[in-house]
Structure formats: C-alpha cells, structure tokens
Design a protein around this ligand. Structure first.
Ligand SMILES: Cc1cc2nc3c(=O)[nH]c(=O)nc-3n(C[C@H](O)[C@H](O)[C@H](O)COP(=O)(O)OP(=O)(O)OC[C@H]3O[C@@H](n4cnc5c(N)ncnc54)[C@H](O)[C@@H]3O)c2cc1C
Length: 416
C-alpha cells in the first residue's frame, strides 16, 4: 500500500514566551500548524511578583518556569532558545546568532523594556526592576547597604546607606515601596538591632500629584495614607531631574542622598522592534490593525506590551491580562486565517486591577468597583497564586507568604 504525501503544515514562529507568546502557543496547540516558540531565556517569568523577589519575600526560582516544561505536552510545539536579532519581513525569516528560521506566520511578543525618559544619570545609577536578575541585584544592594552600614562609623554615610529611594508611584512602585519598608523593618528588628530607626528611610518619589495613575484618584489617596502609616516618605509632585552615584536631584531643587535608587517609573515597547525596522509609535509600541496584524503584513501578528492598540480613546495598558487576551486572540485569528475566514477585532475585557500595600493591605478595582484593605489583598493573593503556571511554584510562594506573616523575610542572603 502506498503512503499518501501530506502537505507541509504552516510554520508559526512565536518570538517571546511571556504571557502573550505562551498563551498564543497554547491556544494553537490543537491547530494543524507547527509551532516554534522562541525565547532568549529558557524560562517564563511571572513579572508581577518581581518586586517580591527584590524585597526578599519570595525567591527568584519561584517566579520562573522552564518553557520546555510548559510546552512538553503539546506535540506540535517545540522550544528554541535563541535571542532574535533580526526580523526580515520580506523573506519571512527571523535570525539569531548563527541561526536562521523561516516562518509562514510570525507572532512578535517580545514585551517591553525599562524607560528612563532620558533623565541624566538615571540609566547609569538607578536599579531597574524588569528581569529576575535585576530583582536579585536590587535585593542584594539593599542587603549590602545594611551590612556596610553596621560597620560604618560616620553617621552621615550610614544615613545615606540606609536611605532607599523608589522612583515611580505606579502600581509596581507602590507595591515595591511597601515590600521594601517591610524588609527594612525586618532587618532592623531582627538582624541589625545596632542600627537606629531614625537612620533608615524609604522614600517614594512620584512626579504627578497622586499615586497609582490609572486607578480612581481616591484609591491613590488611600494608598498614600497607608504607605505613610507604614513609615514611607511619599513625595508627590517630585519629578527627578538628575541622578548621580549617591544623590537624586528633583526638579524643584531638592536633593535626596541615597546609595540605592530603584527605578520603576516606566516601560517602553521592546526597543529591538525599531532596530528590526518595524513601524514604532507612541511608547515604543507597534500600531496594529484591530485584528492585531501588522498593517501590510497579514502574516505578522503582535501581542502584549509591544502591541499598541486603543480602546475608548486610550492606549491599552501594559498589563498581564491584556497580554494573555491578545495572545489568545492571535491564536484564534491565525486559526481563522488558515480556514479562509476573516480575522476578528480584538477587544480587551477589563476585570479590574489591584495593588498590594504591605502585608494584608491593598487597593484596586474589581468589575468596576473600588476595593481596599484586606479584601483587596485577598483578591490580589488569589490572582497572583492562581495565574503563574506550575503547582510547585504556587505552593512555595504561598509558604513564603505564610512565613512572612511572622515578620521575617525568607530570602535575605546576598547571592552572587
Ligand atoms: C516589576 C513588574 C511588575 C508588574 N506587575 C504587574 C501586575 O501586578 N499586574 C499586571 O497585570 N501586570 C504587571 N506587570 C506587567 C506585565 O508583567 C506585562 O504586561 C506582561 O508581562 C507583558 O507580557 P508580554 O508577553 O508582552 O511580555 P513579557 O512578559 O515581557 O515577555 C517577553 C518575552 O520575550 C522574550 N524576548 C524579548 N526579546 C527577545 C528576543 N529578541 N529574542 C527572544 N526572546 C525575546 C523575553 O525573554 C520574555 O520572555 C508588571 C511588570 C513588571 C516589570
């Protein structure tokens, strides 16, 4: 009996295994396509818990999952560990170091990068919080400052070592400032009793006149009051003009002497997109058709932080839920395209957003209603335990949170 020759299946290359790329790959799992999921890391990162790594609550391994383990049960999907350096839209190729991959359909989901807005000294002297390595570096820096301060004789130098500035009062800045204040308190009370409370400062700097832009203003005011009660100096209307190795200069001429300046003031679409010759718009993101296709290239889709789309006159926020929903929509539209149907327009279903304020506190919006306090924290905890993939990670994170309720941080080692 002779075999029947089968036509080659379309090759879908997905660049980036964050939520957008991963959810696109998962939804394409049963389609008649061959998928290559490409990432420069061999793991998927749950970025919403990065600040908990930086403040010692959870360990770095707990917020990452090997990508191979996530696609193992999907026979049509393979993982390629590669940093894409070039996208050739004409020849339908992506290239990495010494490697070239042809595609029939391409999904770009490479996310975003820290944005320093060209502020002098910010990129050189601030510590960003966008990757696991940066979160560990930030935690190490805080711990190193304590170890140096306890041996330091000069009160002035000690004060500088123990002043921690956080630039950016959005959700990540608010959450990290709260986590940092708790780490500082835990170190002071348990491990460094010789250091004086008055020498320690956590300063949250926000250029606008309220915290949590994008949330209803009353929630920003609630957060500011809550953080102030935790001992954090919340400075509103505090626009950074320049950063030097040990100082932050504000536009109004004020000066903060701090050995540690964390930068969580903003992100922009992956700058590589511009280098690849793709059309880049506001915030470094790529403007798209409503179907998430690149204008003029129906075979190219973009999803997640890199994608620029507007809804009700506003750009969609760079958040996890948008990335997941866009990844799912890309998969759906690829399936429709292959079946000869028209791709559908993407519409974001916003169920809410939450930010925690230290242990057991929080603020947010759920289905359009404001929530604060323990209710917000519990909702946040539920979402952040059930969203990242992997039962083991969820269990260890939950254990770390329980441990943390005792006022002691689980991850206080300077790891190199
Ligand atoms: C500190 C922090 C806290 C956050 N907190 C929240 C929160 O509480 N709630 C919320 O909803 N959102 C939060 N976000 C935002 C959310 O994490 C992002 O919106 C989401 O991760 C974007 O998903 P993405 O798939 O577009 O990109 P990413 O998750 O950034 O994934 C991009 C992937 O592409 C890979 N990649 C990039 N360039 C290349 C290349 N050239 N070649 C190969 N691979 C490449 C990267 O390694 C990465 O795996 C937070 C973000 C940060 C940084």
């Amino acid at each position: 009996m002779g075999g029947t020759a089968t036509a080659p299946r379309p090759h879908v290359v997905i660049v980036g295994a964050g939520p957008a790329g991963l959810w696109a790959a998962r939804r394409l799992g049963r389609q008649p396509v061959d998928i290559t999921l490409v990432d420069r890391n061999n793991y998927h990162t749950f970025q919403p818990l990065l600040w908990q790594v930086a403040s010692g609550t959870v360990g770095p391994e707990e917020i990452v999952t090997p990508i191979r383990s996530l696609v193992r049960r999907q026979p049509n999907t393979r993982f390629a560990w590669m940093e894409v350096q070039e996208v050739d839209l004409e020849r339908r190729l992506v290239r990495g170091a010494g490697q070239e991959m042809a595609y029939d359909l391409l999904v770009l989901a490479t996310g975003s990068a820290t944005h320093f807005y060209g502020i002098p000294g910010a990129a050189e002297h601030c510590l960003p919080l966008k990757t696991v390595a940066e979160a560990v570096a930030l935690r190490n820096q805080v711990l190193r400052c304590f170890e140096r301060a306890v041996l330091e004789e000069s009160a002035e130098v000690r004060r500088r070592l123990l002043t921690f500035a956080v630039v950016g009062g959005g959700p990540t800045g608010v959450e990290f400032a709260g986590g940092l204040a708790e780490l500082v308190k835990s170190l002071r009370d348990r491990d460094f009793p010789g250091l004086r409370r008055e020498e320690m400062r956590v300063v949250l700097l926000e250029a606008l006149d309220g915290l949590l832009g994008g949330f209803p203003p009353q929630l920003g005011r609630f957060a500011a009051r809550h953080l102030a009660r935790m001992g954090i100096e919340v400075r509103l209307g505090a626009a950074v003009a320049e950063v030097t190795p040990q100082t932050v200069w504000l536009k109004d001429g004020a000066l903060i002497e701090a050995e540690t300046v964390a930068w969580v003031a903003g992100v922009q679409g992956d700058p590589a997109a511009r280098a690849w010759g793709l059309p880049v718009g506001r915030g470094g993101r790529i403007p798209l058709l409503p179907s998430l296709q690149l204008p003029g290239h129906p075979e190219v889709y973009v999803a997640g932080d890199l994608a620029h789309q507007e809804q009700e006159g506003h750009p969609l926020p760079m958040v996890w839920a948008v990335a997941v929903q866009q990844g799912q929509m890309v998969a759906r539209n690829i399936a429709r395209q292959l079946a000869g149907q028209e791709p559908m327009a993407f519409r974001y279903r916003d169920r809410g957003s939450l930010a925690v304020l230290g242990r057991m506190g929080g603020v947010g919006r759920l289905w359009g209603r404001p929530v604060t306090g323990l209710v917000a924290w519990l909702a946040w905890a539920y979402v952040h335990l059930t969203t990242p993939p992997g039962w083991r990670n969820r269990l260890v994170v939950a254990l770390d949170w329980v441990w943390d309720l005792g006022g002691r941080r689980a991850n206080q080692s300077i790891v190199r």
